[in-house]
Design a protein around this ligand. Structure first.
Ligand SMILES: [Zn+2]
Length: 152
């Protein structure tokens, strides 16, 4: 019969290590983002940019009481916070990380025909000025969910 100490020693061979992941020392370019357990990688999305101007928003640009820019969710559009997404893919309130841009919250949604064109894999990021939106342009980048939105 094995002693408790001998059993523990035997088990040490079969129980996977739970310590911190050993990160390769190959160099600073090593991509470690996808190993973050707090985030869920959801693949690449096409990311476009918009602002509140008439060029970006068309008729909606003229429906703004007090100059406040309201998103489709009712929340005020904010630079560095607001992103539009297909709500059946990423529900309102979902916090995501967009590679190269950082965290955004789903508050708005692109037009249906845009969502259809990209089969739902589209993000439209709100910028505070038309210049900034133009400068960002359009990219295809990695996206992670940080926190799920609440389905209402
Ligand atoms: Zn604009």
């Amino acid at each position: 019969m094995l002693s408790v100490a001998a059993m523990a020693a035997a088990m040490a061979w079969t129980v996977p290590a739970t310590g911190p992941t050993i990160i390769s020392t190959m160099g600073p370019e090593i991509e470690t983002k996808q190993e973050d357990p707090e985030k869920t990688y959801i693949g690449q999305f096409t990311v476009t940019a918009y602002c509140s101007c008439e060029i970006c928003c068309g008729k909606w640009a003229n429906k703004r009481p007090n100059g406040i820019i309201y998103t489709a969710s009712g929340a005020e559009a904010k630079n560095g916070e607001t992103v539009g997404a297909a709500w059946d893919v990423l529900p309102v309130g979902t916090r995501i990380e967009i590679d190269g841009l950082g965290e955004r919250i789903v508050q708005d949604k692109p037009a249906d025909w845009i969502v259809e064109r990209y089969e739902g894999r589209i993000l439209d990021v709100y910028f505070g000025s038309h210049e900034a939106a133009l400068e960002y342009g359009k990219h295809t980048v990695d996206v992670w969910i940080i926190e799920d939105g609440k389905e209402e």
